[in-house]
Design a protein around this ligand. Structure first.
Ligand SMILES: *[C@@H]1O[C@H](CO)[C@@H](O)[C@H](O)[C@H]1NC(C)=O
Ligand SMILES: *[C@@H]1O[C@H](CO)[C@@H](O)[C@H](O)[C@H]1NC(C)=O
Ligand SMILES: CC(=O)N[C@H]1CO[C@H](CO)[C@@H](O)[C@@H]1O
Length: 473
């Protein structure tokens, strides 16, 4: 070997080594930064004691089967459709393929009713045969109930449960109404990761499409029992969720509104010292969301929702229609503007019911909580931190947070409003939760250490919202 070749390979070696050291340094800096963000969030979470109080939640329950979306799509021999299309409910495999492509290509969360019972059974049988599928307790109210119970609260749950489901509840959850032995509603949660490919469609982020064919949840069967027990349970918070099960369900004429009026009546009778929170979900039927707006939302002190559900509500409030798919990584400024719009519209247009004093929006990248300054909601900063940590813990499936399994996708600074890009908040890694006052409210924004090792996305919103609420009571 000649000298020049030796020198040449030596130089190559140095270059490779230098590149390696440079990358290692960059990684170490990044991990240091995330370490600071993590300890800042943990400090904020621990700053306030967990309250010892009572919470009541309704409605509905189901069994969730979590399964890899593409395995089910392949199992059903679904070919990627020419044109993705949206449907309010699903009735054939062609519709399913088009609908799946529609949400998959946007990485948008969705939940749809399958009107064809034999098709639903087929999808379920295939899902259950796929390796790695998991069964879990499901339904917004039971998941939130378990979360609150884990946080040490006493919980009343308005749901009719089968014995099987009742056994998955924490011991400090009391269930209203009878347990039934009849069949339980099943929700199929088709999960996909970022960058998965189905034909020419690529998912821009991890998310899920939920399919259900519920026959009992849409009727809010436990409502009357729940109302009865609330009188003696005297909770400090009532949480309402699970109403999306009414979306596209074939009710008889007038039946849906009749149930919602019963719920409105229940809420109107809740003592003024008890707060009411409504957890939004994915809706497609604008008429239903309008009914829920007047019967439930205007009777709530607090609303919780994700980055898809917020524009839905904004759409309803501004032009009476739901927006189907929106940005999956919305900027902070956009979300804050939408929150201000919802807050101001709801505070102004009030005739009866309660005044909105709290709004929590959970997104993949950050948590934003708005609270009215004169309200009795406490510890907004700690609540935002806890919600953010819970988002990571839930998706990664571990209460310990590993910075090596995390990434920050929030920018180093963010504008507070789209209308003024110079009014920026710098994100401080040692004090990661930014809070400030505006008009009669406070806003806190906490970055999420986004889990890169995704175990589950469904149920995230329920855990995150509950975690935020717990510290604010
Ligand atoms: C299913 O789809 C067919 C064809 O589009 C339609 O005629 C029928 O009414 C649908 N059935 C249900 C239950 O939605
Ligand atoms: C319901 O699904 C089955 C297949 O699972 C299909 O054979 C049938 O045509 C579907 N019904 C409608 C109305 O599309
Ligand atoms: C991170 C986390 O707490 N996840 C929980 C979400 O809620 C379900 C149901 O209560 C729990 O099983 C998870 O542990």
């Amino acid at each position: 070997m000649s000298i020049s070749v030796k020198v040449g390979s030596l130089i190559t070696l140095f270059v490779v080594l230098a590149a390696y050291l440079y990358r290692k340094q960059a990684n170490d800096n990044l991990n240091d930064r995330m370490g600071h963000v993590l300890s800042g969030l943990l400090r904020a979470e621990r700053k306030v004691p967990q309250p010892k109080t009572r919470v009541a939640l309704g409605f509905g329950s189901c069994s969730d089967i979590f399964v890899d979306a593409l395995s089910v799509i392949n199992g059903l021999n679904l070919l990627p459709p020419e044109t993705p299309e949206h449907f309010d409910s699903v009735n054939s495999t062609e519709q399913l393929a088009k609908l799946a492509a529609y949400f998959f290509q946007h990485g948008a969360a969705a939940e749809r009713y399958v009107s064809n019972a034999s098709l639903f059974q087929t999808i379920l049988d295939i899902s259950d045969s796929i390796q790695g599928r998991r069964w879990n307790l499901g339904g917004n109210a039971p998941v939130m109930a378990n979360r609150m119970a884990l946080e040490g609260l006493d919980v009343l749950l308005g749901a009719r449960l089968t014995n099987n489901l009742a056994s998955s509840l924490a011991p400090n959850v009391k269930v209203t109404g009878k347990t039934t032995s009849s069949e339980e509603d099943v929700h199929i949660i088709l999960e996909y990761k970022t960058g998965e490919k189905w034909g020419r469609y690529v998912s821009p982020r991890a998310n899920r499409l939920i399919l259900h064919s519920d026959n009992s949840n849409p009727y809010l069967q436990s409502l009357e029992d729940f109302q009865q027990e609330l009188k003696t349970f005297k909770p400090s918070l009532v949480v309402i969720g699970g109403l999306q099960m009414m979306d596209n369900f074939p009710f008889e004429e007038g039946q849906r509104l009749e149930r919602l009026h019963k719920l409105q009546n229940l809420l109107a009778q809740v003592s003024p010292s008890t707060k009411i929170h409504f957890e939004m979900a994915s809706f497609t039927d604008s008429a239903l969301l309008k009914e829920i707006y007047t019967t439930v939302m205007t009777h709530s002190d607090s609303l919780g929702m994700n980055e898809q559900e917020l524009p839905n509500l904004v759409g309803l409030l501004t032009h009476g229609r739901i927006t189907l798919v929106s940005e999956s990584y919305p900027r902070v400024a956009t979300v804050l503007d939408q929150m201000r719009l919802v807050y101001n519209k709801m505070r102004k247009s009030h005739r009866t019911g309660r005044k909105l004093t709290r709004l929590h929006v959970h997104t993949l990248a950050y948590q934003a909580i708005l609270t009215t300054k004169s309200s009795s909601w406490k510890n907004t900063m700690s609540a935002a931190a806890k919600a953010s940590l819970t988002a990571h813990r839930h998706v990664c499936g571990s209460s310990y947070i590993d910075v090596l399994k995390s990434k920050l996708i929030m920018d180093d600074s963010f504008a507070r409003s789209v209308s003024d890009s110079t009014d920026k908040i710098n994100f401080l890694e040692n004090r990661p939760v930014s809070c400030w006052d505006e008009d009669d409210y406070q806003i806190c924004v906490a970055p999420v250490l986004v889990c890169t090792n995704v175990l589950q996305t469904a149920g995230g919103g329920d855990n995150i919202s509950s975690a935020g609420l717990v510290l604010q009571l």
